[in-house]
Design a protein. Structure first.
Length: 256
């Protein structure tokens, strides 16, 4: 009886040992599996952190590069604008410096008055339908006052020359209203311009073969002075030159 018990107890012990070994193996396998999973997760986490850090570094570098490029572009634009403004200021100063001379060269020598005359009437049609009258100021004032005041001479170029009223014939085509045939028509002696001219009655003729040496010498000196006034040059700067030198200087520049 005792042997059977003992045998039965040994069997239970062997079974318990087998169960213990099996449980021990199972716990070791689970622990090993958990360790591997934990290491894998740590590796993935570390890799994600490294990639995130690298991406952040790239973004920071790209943002810094873009900011530096933007700053450089704006600096270049500011330098260009500043340079352009400086050039424009210098150009404006140079233009303003020469403006008086250029304006004196290009301005109208004689003061004029313009008047537009419309030609069409209720019974006739003209082509062109209008004409422009250009009168010297003294002539316009004389006509406006209907001859109640005297016609005063109008000077030009510092009153060294004289403004002269010029006239011309203006040609039109006209037809009766409702007609298809045009006919030529001319308006004579229309005030066309006001020219700055040499006053013969004041200085004499410019034909040197008909005047004496003294008058020729005086006219050459006057022409030289007019040349400097017309072209904005300093006539006083050449006062030290003789009249013959001044006249030769004038004619040399005129021929060139």
């Amino acid at each position: 009886m005792t042997l059977i018990v003992c045998a039965h107890g040994d069997a239970q012990g062997v079974q318990m040992l087998a169960n213990d070994e099996q449980s021990a193996g199972t716990s070791y396998s689970q622990h090993h599996s958990n360790t591997e999973a934990s290491a894998y997760h740590r590796l993935r986490h570390s890799e994600r952190q490294r990639r995130r850090h690298k991406l952040q570094m790239h973004r920071t570098a790209a943002a810094g590069f873009a900011r530096s490029q933007t700053d450089e572009i704006f600096d270049s634009l500011r330098r260009q604008l500043k340079s352009d403004a400086l050039k424009n200021a210098r150009r404006a100063h140079h233009h303003a410096k020469d403006l008086t001379t250029k304006r004196e060269r290009n301005e109208a020598l004689c003061e004029i008055r313009r008047n537009t005359v419309h030609m069409n009437t209720p019974t006739e049609e003209y082509d062109p339908p209008f004409m422009v009258e250009v009168r010297c100021k003294n002539v316009a004032d004389f006509e406006r006052f209907q001859g109640r005041s005297s016609l005063r001479p109008q000077g030009c170029v510092h009153d060294l020359l004289r403004c002269v009223q010029m006239f011309k014939d203006v040609h039109f085509s006209r037809r009766k209203i409702g007609s298809h045939s045009w006919h030529p028509y001319t308006v004579p002696n229309v005030p066309s311009s006001c020219e700055c001219m040499w006053p013969v009655d004041k200085y004499g003729s410019l034909h040197y073969d008909k005047i004496g040496d003294s008058e020729r010498f005086q006219n050459v000196h006057l022409i030289t002075q007019l040349y400097y006034l017309l072209y904005g040059l300093n006539f006083e700067g050449n006062v030290g030159l003789s009249h013959s030198q001044q006249s030769s200087l004038y004619f040399n520049r005129s021929t060139n």
